[in-house]
Design a protein around this ligand. Structure first.
Ligand SMILES: [Fe+2]
Length: 424
C-alpha cells in the first residue's frame, strides 16, 4: 500500500514538473542569436513570447561566470507580431490548418561586449514563477582566426522531419571536422514556407541555435506562404538582424562585421525588377565604400550560375560591381547544385591574388536536390567544380579565415571532404 502511495506521489510530482516544463517551453520560444552590426561588441537576440505571458527580459554574462554573479539585464524592444497569424499551413501530422501565431516579438540589442569572448544568456519571463529559457551561448568576434559552418536549402517542413534531421546531421559533420566553429551562416530556404510560423518554431528548437550565432539571407521559400503570399516580413520577424538595410529591406538586407570581414546580406526577392536591382546595387556600393575591411563577402540566395549548364545567373547582374568594389567572396544557394569558380575579374580567372571567388552551396535536406545530368555547356573556363548527389543531396561547407586568407571546404553527409579551395 505504502509502495503504491509513494509511486502515486512520484508520478504526481513528475506530472507537475512536466506541466511546468511544457509551460516553460511554450511561453518563450524561437530564441535565436543574430549578429549585431559589429559582432566584436554587438549581438542581436530575437525571441517570441506568448501574448498571455508577462514581459520578458534577457539576462547575460560571460560564460565563465558560472553562478551568473555578474549577469546583466537587457530589456527587449517588443511589439505584437501579426504577420504569421492565420496563415494557411500544415501540421506536423500533415493536416491542413491555419497557424495560430500571434505573439510578442522581442528584440534585445547587446552592446559594449568584449571581443573574442564567449557569453551565455537566458530569457526570463518577468511574472512571479515566470519561466526561464534554456541557456544559450554565443561568441563575439575579434580573434584573428575564426571559422563557421555554411549551409542552405533544407526547407524545414514539419510533416517531413527528416529534412531538418539531414541538415543538422551534416552540421554535426562540419562540427566534428572543427569543434571550434564560431558561428553558422545560411544561404536561405531554411523553411519550406516562411509564412508557417510552426516551421520556424520547430527549427529554433535545434541545439545549434542554442550554441551559435546564426546569420542568413532570405530565400524564396522563406519569403512565401503555402498560398504564395510573398513578403519579407516573415524573415524580418523570425529573426532580429541589424536594421541597416535600405528602404523596405531593414532587418532583411543588412551588413555586419565579423572581425576582419564585412558581410553584406542581400534579398533577391526585392531585386526581380531593374529598379529593385538598382536599389540593391546602390546600397551595396554605399555599404562597402563606408566600411572598409580586409575581406568583403557578399551573400544572397539565388545562384551565381545555373549548376546544370554553367550559364550565368545572378553573376551577370553583379560581377561588374564586385570587380569595382573588390569583393573577395560571393556566396549563394538556391540551385541545390554546389558550384564554384576560381577568382574572377572582368570575367576572367586571375592568379588568385585579386578578383572574386563565386560559390553556391548544395542543398542539405536529402530530398529536394538537383542532379547534374550533363557536362557544362557554358563558362567552362571559369567554373572549377560542381557537385550534387541527385535528389537526395546533403552537403554543407566550412570556412576558416585568418589574416592570410580564407579556406573553404565542401563536405558530404559522411564528413568526407569533397572540395577545398582558398581565397587569398
Ligand atoms: Fe531551395
Amino acid at each position: 500500500m505504502r509502495f503504491i502511495r509513494n509511486t502515486a506521489a512520484i508520478l504526481y510530482v513528475l506530472l507537475w514538473i512536466s506541466c511546468i516544463y511544457s509551460f516553460a517551453q511554450n511561453s518563450i520560444y524561437s530564441i535565436v542569436t543574430c549578429p549585431g552590426e559589429d559582432t566584436r561588441t554587438q549581438m542581436n537576440i530575437s525571441w517570441a513570447a506568448d501574448t498571455s505571458a508577462s514581459d520578458s527580459y534577457l539576462l547575460y554574462t560571460k560564460s565563465g561566470d558560472r553562478k551568473w554573479k555578474k549577469a546583466e539585464i537587457v530589456m527587449p524592444e517588443q511589439y505584437l507580431c501579426p504577420v504569421f497569424d492565420s496563415v494557411y499551413s500544415k501540421t506536423s501530422s500533415g493536416e491542413n490548418f491555419y497557424e495560430s501565431a500571434l505573439f510578442m516579438k522581442c528584440n534585445a540589442s547587446l552592446s559594449h561586449l568584449k571581443p573574442d569572448t564567449e557569453y551565455a544568456y537566458k530569457v526570463i519571463s518577468a511574472s512571479e514563477n515566470g519561466d526561464t529559457s534554456d541557456i544559450h551561448y554565443f561568441k563575439t568576434s575579434g580573434a584573428n582566426k575564426w571559422s563557421a559552418c555554411i549551409i542552405s536549402d533544407f526547407h524545414t517542413y514539419t510533416p517531413l522531419p527528416k529534412r531538418l534531421d539531414a541538415a543538422m546531421g551534416v552540421i554535426d559533420k562540419v562540427h566534428d571536422y572543427d569543434k571550434n566553429i564560431d558561428w553558422i551562416l545560411h544561404m536561405g530556404d531554411v523553411c519550406a514556407w516562411g509564412g508557417s510560423y510552426s516551421f520556424w518554431k520547430r527549427l529554433y528548437q535545434e541545439d545549434y541555435f542554442k550554441k551559435y550565432m546564426w546569420a542568413g539571407v532570405n530565400g524564396n521559400h522563406d519569403n512565401m506562404t503555402r498560398k504564395y503570399l510573398l513578403t519579407n516580413d516573415f524573415f524580418r520577424n523570425a529573426n532580429y538582424y541589424p536594421r541597416n538595410g535600405y528602404k523596405g529591406e531593414e532587418g532583411v538586407c543588412y551588413y555586419f562585421r565579423y572581425n576582419n570581414a564585412l558581410f553584406v546580406m542581400l534579398n533577391n526577392e526585392n531585386m526581380r525588377s531593374d529598379e529593385g536591382l538598382a536599389a540593391a546595387r546602390e546600397w551595396v556600393r554605399k555599404v562597402v565604400t563606408a566600411n572598409p575591411a580586409q575581406y568583403i563577402i557578399v551573400c544572397e540566395h539565388y545562384q551565381w550560375f545555373f549548376g546544370e549548364s554553367g550559364k550565368a545567373s545572378q553573376y551577370g547582374r553583379w560581377s561588374d560591381l564586385f570587380d569595382e568594389l573588390g569583393v573577395d567572396l560571393a556566396i549563394a544557394g538556391n540551385n541545390h547544385i554546389y558550384l564554384r569558380t576560381g577568382a574572377l575579374y572582368q570575367g576572367k580567372e586571375t592568379d588568385g591574388t585579386y578578383g572574386t571567388v563565386y560559390v553556391q552551396t548544395p542543398s542539405s535536406d536529402n530530398e529536394r536536390g538537383v542532379a547534374i545530368k550533363d557536362s557544362l555547356s557554358a563558362n567552362t573556363d571559369i567554373i572549377k567544380y560542381r557537385w550534387s548527389e541527385g535528389d537526395k543531396t546533403v552537403g554543407a561547407m566550412h570556412i576558416k579565415v585568418t589574416n592570410k586568407g580564407m579556406t573553404l571546404v565542401l563536405m558530404n553527409r559522411n564528413g568526407e571532404i569533397i572540395d577545398r579551395f582558398k581565397v587569398l
